[in-house]
Structure formats: structure tokens, C-alpha cells
Design a protein around this ligand. Structure first.
Ligand SMILES: O=C(O)CCC(=O)C(=O)O
Length: 264
């Protein structure tokens, strides 16, 4: 067991936990993969800083099938087994991975958001990793709003580069409340090899990067037992064009392979 029962209970209550040291032997591998994507981004690669605004906030996703280092991490590191423990799932499917780069001097923050409303899935048994690949401080680290995965409605998703609504029709979502000291915000103190594990519904964000070093982060999303397809009425992020699932269907294994199965 990688997680204690009390860590699993914290995950259920707070929607996020910090796991210390678990990926310290994987940082070099992930950095190699990250740099390969930077050198050869996919069609999904996006810049979030307008020209002239200074710095760079680049992201890309869904590269793990072509980037061998990411595939190794997904299939050989303890990540999927830990996701199964945290979500009390028998099986874990990989949804996708995501890289985020903030160059020094990037003012653009990652806005507070939940990932779930961008995704074509629903469910409670979800687990996303945020693994920093450079030394981070409170000034440029991921932050999460503890307990926000239990808010009664999903928060309206927006485009990070423009703040425009993500969906044309988005009345079913609530506005992001003011995030301030009334919420229980976790600003983790992370070392290389540590990670934050959080539910797809947990509100999170990150400041820009005011440090003099890059801030690279590797995120991966895993789906547990109760995760099902949902049509959100417009293209999701990632888009996964060509999925033919209907609401409530299981996610197809040929797109989202099972990467952990607990046969006990
Ligand atoms: O690294 C960041 O700035 C944000 C990360 C994030 O939103 C995520 O991993 O879901």
C-alpha cells in the first residue's frame, strides 16, 4: 500500500493530498519526455500569454502514446496503483496527460478552475497528479481549494487565454466564487519527487512564475470505477473527437487503456 487509510480519508474529505517523494526516481524520465514535447508539440499545443505580455505559459496534452517516457511513467510508476487506492477503485484507466510550462517572468496565472467541466466524463472516483519538474516555491506552485470537489454544482469553465466561456451554452454551471481566506486553500510545500493528487472536481490554480527558473509541471489524469462518458454539449478539452459513447457509457479501453487492476 502506498497510501495509509488516513491519507485516503483525507483525499475523500479534501479532494487533494500531497504525496512526498514518490516520484523522485522519475523526474529525469519525465523531463526528457517534457522536452521532447516542447521540441515537437502536438496539434493541441497552446500559448496562454499574448505576444508582448512577457514570459511564456505553454501547455500541451494527449502525447503519452507517442512519448515513450510518459508512457513508461503511466504504466510502470506507482501512479496508477496510488490512484486506485485514493479512489478505492478496482480498476484504473488513463484519461490523458498534460504538460504546463511557465518561463521565468510570466505574469499570467493559471486561473482558479475545476478540470471536470472541461472533460467528457463524470464521476467521483477520479485522480489527477500534478508533478513539478523544477524546484517550486509557494510563489509559483499549484494551489488547491480543499473541499471544493463537494460543491453542489460544477463551476463554469473558461478559456485561459481570453477568459471567454468555454461552452456556448453553460447555464448549468455556477460562477467561480471569490477565492479568498474564507476558503481552505492548500499551498503545498513541494520538493522534487513530491506531487499533489487531486479530484477532477477540486478547484485549483497557480500564480504566474516570478522566479528566475522555469516552472515545468507534468499532470496526468486517471479514471476509477465510477467514471462514465458525458456529453457536455460542445467540444471538450481535450476534445477526443471521434468518441461515439453516449451518456453513462464506460470509457472505451482502446482509447483509455486500463493501467491498473486490483485482482484482490
Ligand atoms: O500548472 C499549472 O499552472 C496548472 C495545472 C493544472 O491546472 C492542472 O494540472 O490541472
Amino acid at each position: 500500500m502506498y497510501l495509509s487509510e488516513s491519507q485516503v480519508q483525507d483525499y475523500e474529505r479534501d479532494g487533494a493530498i500531497v504525496i512526498k517523494g514518490v516520484f523522485k526516481d522519475w523526474i529525469d524520465c519525465l523531463v526528457t519526455g517534457f522536452d521532447k514535447v516542447l521540441a515537437d508539440p502536438s496539434e493541441h499545443g497552446r500559448e496562454n500569454v499574448a505576444q508582448g505580455d512577457g514570459g511564456r505559459f505553454f501547455e500541451d496534452y494527449c502525447n503519452w502514446q507517442r512519448i515513450e517516457e510518459f508512457k513508461r511513467w503511466i504504466t510502470e510508476s506507482p501512479a496508477a496503483e496510488i490512484a486506485a487506492q485514493a479512489t478505492r477503485s478496482k480498476r484504473i484507466q488513463v484519461f490523458h496527460e498534460h504538460i504546463l510550462l511557465k518561463e521565468p517572468g510570466t505574469a499570467k496565472a493559471t486561473p482558479w478552475h475545476q478540470d471536470m467541466p472541461y472533460y467528457c466524463v463524470s464521476g467521483e472516483q477520479t485522480a489527477s497528479y500534478w508533478v513539478p519538474l523544477d524546484a517550486v516555491t509557494k510563489a509559483n506552485s499549484l494551489q488547491v481549494v480543499l473541499g471544493s470537489h463537494r460543491w453542489p454544482k460544477l463551476v463554469r469553465p473558461t478559456r485561459w487565454s481570453t477568459n471567454e466561456p468555454w461552452y456556448q451554452s453553460d447555464l448549468d454551471y455556477m460562477d467561480m466564487p471569490e477565492i479568498d481566506s474564507r476558503q481552505n486553500i492548500l499551498v503545498p510545500k513541494l520538493e522534487l519527487g513530491d506531487c499533489v493528487l487531486f479530484n477532477f472536481k477540486t478547484v485549483h490554480g497557480a500564480p504566474g512564475n516570478s522566479l528566475t527558473s522555469r516552472r515545468r509541471a507534468f499532470s496526468t489524469r486517471f479514471m476509477g470505477d465510477d467514471v462514465r462518458y458525458i456529453n457536455r454539449g460542445g467540444p471538450t478539452s481535450p476534445p477526443f473527437d471521434g468518441l461515439v459513447q453516449k451518456d453513462g457509457d464506460k470509457m472505451p479501453l482502446d482509447w483509455f487503456p486500463e493501467v491498473y487492476y486490483n485482482d484482490k
